[in-house]
Structure formats: structure tokens, C-alpha cells
Design a protein around this ligand. Structure first.
Ligand SMILES: NC(=O)N[C@@H](CC(=O)O)C(=O)O
Length: 425
């Protein structure tokens, strides 16, 4: 195993120091380190963060390998500064059995670019009728702890209660895609002024808020852990704030795109901006940013949702919802929160690792800890070119935008997955 000596790096914004990485761990830190056998990385001006952890990634394998594979998605993740991702269950076949989650887990190990932690489906085939084999998935080699029907809401309250009860035995989590389906029939975008003007069917904020309100009550009743996927409205933030104040075991995520983009993007009729839940308003964005800063929202998760060209470059109504996220998430976080590196490390690495129970991830570089870290150049700016992305898909909403920050290197257990801004394999 090669040793790496990272010179003059600012660890989570602190004064520059050196990091010696050897045998998969941070062996030493301090100014003026030497190690004749190590490869030297000049990190002057760079910030080291604990490797980013994404709780919400769609990798599309098995089933839609034309849109993404575990390997291409893992490479996109590493290039985005991630060392671990949780793979959503809405594949084909659905990840609702031990066999499928073990397949995804094994493919992740073979790719070897990030740790891929499969999420299991809550219900068989995401159909919302019968509980999937939660116990078998938990006991499998993939050791699943998070279950989600993401893409679909577990709308039946009795089934949601059962799922929460079931996972309590092993301190598992139900991650809910909060969308009351009766309120979003035929919905194409956020219900508001813009949808009225464009004549597109609206997805009202209350469809999200009503499910979150119900689910925090269920989680409180059962005493189980609930995670709310892609929170998108100011009203949802208030429901979460009240639940957390009461001590409900609920955590929540927000995506980079819901922190930056509004429903006005729909005026272009470019389906790259079609996403579930939809882009909302400036008021929502302000509430989401404030909630992320004060901790009512725990983490940033990408909801990286790659789609093949034919599923995106068509009429708005026929396009699938979803946008890429892994390779741009940190840049958006820097754009929104500037150089608040501690907040970024907390919301994109430490807390998601803790929620998902990913040992060895989300720990700041210090002697003895696994060398899962990423080096960022905060002064760099880059133009997002869809053709240059490592993802197999091209549906980034940031095409040709200039974004701050560049990932220079990523290390997974002491081995570089990215060096000089390029994937190592
Ligand atoms: N977030 C999205 O817009 N799309 C997700 C699933 C979903 O949540 O609808 C996908 O799998 O494409």
C-alpha cells in the first residue's frame, strides 16, 4: 500500500498542517512531517473534509444500466468527494429481497470507488401493499438498516406503522418519500403562481406536509426512527421543528437543488428541471437554508437521479422526474454556505454517516482514524459541462453554470479514488 503525505492542508477550515496516510489510516498529523517512502501531495490552499456520505443515491443497477451502473455512479460519487453512498431501492427488479441488496452491495465492492450501502424497499415491488422481507435484508451480507420506497410514498398508514414497528427491533430506519398520492395525481410541478400561468397541474406543498405530520406522529407512537427524504417546503420545516422539539426520533434531508433552484425554471419547459418533489419558491428555499443551518434539517442528500436521454429529452409531461447530483453537490453547498466548512462537514459527512451507521465514515482526519477524506480547492471555479460528467446520464440542472469549488483528491481507506481531479480507475 502506498503511503501519502498531504502537505499544508486545512483540515475542516483549521490552520494548515500535514497529514500522513499509511495502511489505510491517518497515521500522523502536524506541521513539517517527513516520510521518505510516501507520495507527496501539495495541498497548499486546499481544505480536507471527512469523505462525504450520501444518504440518497439512485444507481439504477440492476435494470437501467443505460442510465447508470453501480460502477459509473460510484465514480461520479468519488469525483464529487464522496466515500460512501446509500443506494435507493427503486431498481428493476426492486431491491426488496436479500438477493437484490446483496447483488448491489457486491457490485459496489467490486467497483471499489466508494462504499455502497444498499437501502431496502419497505414494500414488495414498491407497490405499497405488503411489507418486503425487511428482516432478511437486515440479516443479509448487505446488513440493510434503512428502508425506503423512494419514488413512491408508503401512503397506507397501517403499513407505515407496521414498517416502523418492524425495524425498531434492530434500530432500523424508515426513509419516507413524503407525497400524499391523492393530492398529487397528474402533478407536473409545484402548485403555485407559475403552474397556474403555465397551465401545468400542480403538486401542492400540503401533499408533502400532511404525510410528514402523519409520520412523525406514527414514529412518536411507535418510538421508532423516521427519516424524511428530500424535504422541500417551508411548512415541512415547521412540522419537523415541532416534532424534534417533542423529542420524536426523526431526521430529515434536503437536496442541493431544493436549496438553490425555484419553480421559475419550469418556464423554460426544459424537463431537466422536472423533479420529485418539485422545485419550490424563494420562501421555501430561505426556510430550507435556515433549517439546515439550525439543524432542523440534519443533512444534505443528493437524490442523484440519472435518467437516459429518451426519458428526459421529450415533452415535459412525459419526462421522468429527477436530476443528477453527486458531482455538483459540494459546489452547491459552498455556493450556499460559503466557507462554513464545519457546517458542510456536519451536514454532508458526519451526520449522514451517523444516521446510516457507516463505521469509519464521517470522522474528521486525525491520527488513527480510517483515511476516508476528500481534498477541496475552494478558490477554484468550474463550468459544468454535462459531457464531461462521469455519470452515464447527462441530466444536470447546472449545465454550463460556473460553480465554486473543485474536488482535487478523494481517499477511500487510504487509497486514492481521485487524484489531480481525475478518477484513478
Ligand atoms: N427524485 C426524482 O425526481 N426521481 C427519483 C424518484 C422520485 O423520488 O420520484 C428517481 O428515481 O428518478
Amino acid at each position: 500500500m502506498t503511503a501519502y503525505l498531504i502537505k499544508n492542508v486545512s483540515v475542516v477550515g483549521a490552520a494548515p498542517t500535514d497529514l500522513l496516510i499509511r495502511d489505510g489510516v491517518v497515521a500522523e498529523t502536524g506541521a513539517g512531517l517527513t516520510a521518505p517512502d510516501a507520495t507527496v501531495v501539495d495541498a497548499t490552499g486546499l481544505v480536507a473534509l471527512p469523505g462525504l456520505v450520501d444518504l440518497h443515491t439512485h444507481l439504477r443497477e440492476p435494470g437501467r444500466e443505460d442510465a447508470e451502473t453501480v460502477e459509473t455512479g460510484s465514480r461520479a460519487a468519488a469525483l464529487g468527494g464522496y466515500t460512501a453512498v446509500c443506494a435507493m431501492a427503486n431498481t428493476s427488479p426492486v431491491a426488496d429481497t436479500a438477493g437484490v441488496v446483496e447483488q448491489v452491495w457486491r457490485l459496489g465492492r467490486e467497483a471499489g470507488l466508494v462504499d455502497v450501502q444498499p437501502i431496502g424497499a419497505v414494500t414488495v415491488g414498491l407497490a405499497g401493499e405488503h411489507l418486503a422481507e425487511l428482516g432478511a435484508m437486515a440479516d443479509s451480507a448487505a446488513r440493510v438498516r434503512i428502508f425506503s420506497d423512494d419514488g413512491h410514498c408508503v401512503a397506507d398508514p397501517k403499513l407505515m406503522r407496521r414498517a416502523l414497528e418492524y425495524v425498531k427491533a434492530f434500530d432500523g430506519i424508515i426513509a419516507q418519500h413524503a407525497e400524499e398520492p391523492r393530492l398529487t395525481e397528474g402533478a407536473q410541478m409545484h402548485e403555485g403562481e407559475v403552474s397556474t400561468r403555465l397551465g401545468l397541474t400542480g403538486w401542492p406543498a400540503v401533499a408533502e406536509e400532511a404525510i410528514i405530520a402523519r409520520d412523525v406522529l406514527l414514529a412518536e407512537h411507535v418510538g421508532s426512527r423516521l427519516h424524511v427524504c428530500h424535504v422541500s417546503t417551508a411548512g415541512s420545516v415547521e412540522v419537523l421543528r415541532q416534532a424534534k422539539a417533542r423529542g420524536v426520533r426523526v431526521t430529515a434531508e434536503v437536496t442541493p437543488h431544493h436549496l438553490l433552484l425555484t419553480d421559475a425554471r419550469a418556464e423554460t419547459y426544459d424537463p431537466v428541471f422536472k423533479v420529485n418533489p418539485p422545485l419550490r419558491t424563494e420562501t421555501d428555499i430561505a426556510a430550507l437554508r435556515a433549517a439546515l443551518a439550525d439543524g432542523v434539517i440534519d443533512i444534505i442528500a443528493t437524490d442523484h437521479a440519472p435518467h437516459a436521454v429518451e426519458d428526459k429529452e421529450c415533452e415535459w409531461a412525459y419526462a421522468r422526474p429527477g436530476m443528477l447530483g453527486l458531482e455538483t453537490a459540494l459546489s452547491i453547498a459552498i455556493d450556499v454556505f460559503g466557507g462554513d466548512w464545519d457546517l458542510i462537514a456536519e451536514r454532508m459527512s458526519r451526520t449522514p454517516a451517523r444516521i446510516a451507521g457507516l463505521d469509519g465514515h464521517g470522522v474528521d482526519p486525525a491520527p488513527g482514524v480510517p483515511a476516508n477524506l476528500t481534498l477541496v480547492d475552494p478558490a477554484a471555479r468550474r463550468v459544468v459541462e454535462p459531457a464531461e460528467l462521469a455519470s452515464r446520464s447527462r441530466n444536470t440542472p447546472y449545465a454550463r453554470m460556473t460553480l465554486p469549488g473543485r474536488i482535487v483528491a478523494t481517499f477511500l481507506r487510504g487509497e486514492p479514488t481521485v487524484l489531480d481531479g481525475k478518477a484513478v480507475k
